[in-house]
Design a protein around this ligand. Structure first.
Ligand code: NAD
Length: 247
């Protein structure tokens, strides 16, 4: 019960890594606000959170909307009395396009990078008021090395990695800020890619652990970073990638 007494705000909680993280934090005792732009999926996760015996709240919001981020923090503080752990898992990927058009570039940066910043900024005062807290962002292996996804995705995730370091420097000691850099994880986001046997086979050769990740692999790393076990850890970009970036 490493998160007993804590209140977590998880964006992108309706699917994949965000959902697995909401459930893992709940299983460790946290009350969880499940935020997603898809309200039905957020409600579904919140129901599963409550099924674990802790309070779960679903909130519909788009993380690119500054006012919506502020409103949802207010709602969570009203309901749970504060916020102590923010997880920014809302994100989008683009097609495998080596030269995406400007509108696609902007869409990726808006959600993955600006959305992460807006949510962190909206929650900052509440984290400080709670006597300190954590922000854990989801970057990617493509935020630290080049790869086959689009330049827009890579740039947005590289931005998340250094945003994480910058906030760790400027928002400490009250707020610890870290990110995880997952390799390919089996979620709805990667379902189309992973259904291509040729792509799978080629990609797998680059994974020393010889498999793709599961959402639970990432949730476990996020739990560590959000818990007191990581109380001397801030500003890190932790690979959760089966060894991809070591190879
Ligand atoms: P997913 O598509 O399964 O889930 C993403 C969730 O975010 C969805 O529920 C979606 O509705 C929500 N969302 C998207 N845009 C939003 C917005 N503007 N506001 C609020 N909610 C929004 O994807 P996933 O694989 O779980 O990815 C989660 C995060 O992990 C993303 O940032 C992704 O880039 C990152 N990531 C994923 C992988 C992977 O292989 N799956 C690898 C590295 C990093």
């Amino acid at each position: 019960m490493r998160m007993r007494g804590r209140v977590a705000l998880v964006t992108g909680a309706g699917s994949g890594i965000g959902r697995a993280t909401a459930l893992r934090l709940a299983a460790e005792g946290a009350r969880v606000a499940c935020v997603d732009r898809d309200g039905d999926s957020a409600e579904d996760t919140a129901r599963q959170v409550r099924g674990l015996g802790v309070d779960g709240l679903a909130l519909t919001a788009d993380v690119t909307d500054e006012r919506a981020c502020a409103r949802l923090v207010e709602t969570i503080v009203g309901r749970f009395g504060g916020v102590t752990a923010v997880v920014n898992a809302a994100g989008v990927r683009s097609d495998l396009d080596a030269a995406p058009p400007p509108a696609e570039w902007q869409r990726l940066l808006d959600v993955n990078l600006t959305g992460t910043y807006l949510m962190a900024r909206a929650a900052r005062a509440a984290l400080i008021d709670a006597g300190g807290g954590t922000i854990t962002n989801i970057a990617s292996i493509y935020g630290v090395v080049g790869g086959s996804l689009s330049p827009a995705y890579a740039a947005s995730k590289g931005g998340v990695v250094n945003l994480t370091r910058q906030l760790a420097v400027q928002w400490g000691p009250a707020v610890r800020v870290n990110c995880v850099c997952p390799g390919v994880i089996e979620t709805p986001m990667t379902a189309a890619l992973l259904s291509d046997p040729a792509w799978r086979e080629t990609a797998l050769r680059r994974y020393p652990l010889a498999r793709f990740g599961r959402p639970e692999d990432v949730a476990a790393a996020i739990l560590y970073l959000a818990s007191d076990e990581a109380s001397f850890v801030t500003g890190v970009a932790l690979p959760v990638d089966g060894g991809y970036t070591a190879a």
